[in-house]
Ligand binder design. Structure first.
Ligand code: PEP
Ligand code: MN
Length: 419
């Protein structure tokens, strides 16, 4: 597939638009502003402990720091805006090597790394915790890439802020629980950090919307949606079934940027390319892709992770569109999805109507009544035309539709009579 990435990509190495200075611990001139690179900010480095903290900072203290510092926006500016990084931060060497390779790819704007991993079964690798945050910050300082991690408890929030994580994401297993979401929103009250909200595991649009509302009410202004697919009642080729119409409807309602996490949708490498292209065609604002320096050895989600080199190839194979065109596509896709849903309801209703009609046929047969009862039919049609007019539907349309339905009903009842 031909790539048109160069047309609309920000190919420059500038990543400074997405940085914010959680590292600043005093009101000195150390504060970063958009346009200042992490590499050139020695005073930021001076504030970075090299190991685990002996003296933990409370959430309140962290909030003070963050409030003073301000937060440049971290939002996608074109459709080739990529969040990449390993499913889990495993070792210092793993995250540093992965981050350095990813930093060479201009489309990569944010480095992801799971520090606390929600695992289905106990005794699986559950993430490195605080130690991993030290390495993640090291990766950020070495590469200039801002970093993101998943938080599921207020203790996670506290630690993530303490270690200057630039953006947080709320995982699919957390978004299903309004109590947890509220606790996280409360913990972030007044902290202007970008928060990415994954869809809940279940295909429940309102639950997803509710999570946004909780953070919005807490004053978190930089919110993004991450579509990672949904649990589905039957086997599909995907790990999590995309159900594209749900994220499309969410963005239609909320107007938030949408990132598609193709790795968790697919669950394997083979589906990544087609799924990424589909996401771009439906107008995603960016992609989240799990990358590991040695995917086969990954402690979590080994099957779906790709190397940084694999990411380069994947990106080269994709067709990126301009955002405006994408938005038109997305709006249309949302409206078309709505039409499909309505048509499907109409079909169900028609089938039910025919079923009831057949039952009436049985009754008429056993009571020797005629199939066509003109008075009743005339009354039904008059009533429907009047109701239709109240609803803004023309008498011609009502006539045509109900003539056809009535005709089909008569045929059905006639068949019943004849049997
Ligand atoms: C992850 O991003 O590694 C993760 C656990 O994702 P999700 O919450 O979408 O399952
Ligand atoms: Mn994962």
């Amino acid at each position: 597939m031909e790539s048109n990435m160069t047309n609309d990509m920000h190919l420059g190495t500038e990543r400074t638009d997405v940085l914010h200075p959680y590292g600043v611990s005093s009101e000195s001139d150390c504060r970063l502003s958009a346009g200042v690179s992490l590499h050139s900010t020695a005073c930021l480095l001076s504030d970075v402990p090299t190991g685990l903290s002996q003296n933990p900072v409370g959430v309140q203290d962290v909030k003070q720091v963050v409030k003073r510092s301000g937060t440049p926006a971290l939002t996608p500016h074109d459709t080739s805006w990529i969040i990449a990084g390993p499913c889990s931060v495993e070792t210092e060497a793993q995250i540093l090597a992965t981050a350095k390779a990813l930093a060479e790819i201009p489309e990569v704007k944010l480095l992801r790394g799971g520090i606390w991993k929600p695992r289905t079964r106990p005794d699986a690798f559950e993430g490195r915790g605080e130690e991993g945050l030290v390495w993640l910050r090291e990766a950020k300082l070495e590469t200039g890439l801002p970093v993101a991690t998943e938080v599921a408890t207020t203790a996670h929030v506290e630690l993530a802020l303490k270690y200057e994580v630039d953006a947080l994401w709320i995982g699919a297993r957390t978004v299903v629980n309004p109590f947890l979401v509220q606790q996280l929103a409360d913990a972030l009250q007044g902290v202007d950090i970008p928060v990415l909200i994954k869809n809940p595991v279940s295909p429940d649009l309102n639950l997803w919307v509710g999570a946004f509302e909780r953070f919005q009410k807490a004053g978190v202004t930089q919110l993004m949606a991450v579509h990672r697919g949904f649990s589905y009642y039957k086997e599909t080729p995907y790990r999590n079934f995309p159900m594209w119409e749900i994220p499309i409807e969410l963005t239609r309602r909320l107007g938030v940027p949408l990132i598609t996490d193709i790795s968790h949708i697919c669950g394997n490498r083979e589906l990544l390319q087609a799924t990424a292209q589909k996401a771009l065609d439906l107008a995603t604002d960016g992609l989240m892709i799990e990358c590991h320096i040695n995917p086969d050895e990954a402690l979590t989600d080994a099957k779906q992770q790709i190397t940084p080199e694999g990411l380069k190839q994947l990106l080269a194979s994709l067709t990126f569109r301009t955002k405006d065109a994408n938005i038109v596509e997305r709006d249309l896709a949302g409206l078309r999805g709505e039409i499909d849903d309505i048509d499907s309801e109409l079909l169900q209703l028609l089938a039910r109507r025919m079923e009831v009609s057949a039952q009436i046929g049985e009754y008429k047969k056993s009571h020797n009544a005629t199939v066509v009862q003109l008075d009743r039919w005339k009354k039904i049609l008059d009533d429907h035309i009047a109701t239709g007019q109240d609803l803004g539907l023309s008498p011609q349309l009502i006539n045509k539709v109900f003539e056809a339905i009535h005709q089909a009903s008569i045929e059905r009842q006639t068949r019943v009579m004849e049997n």
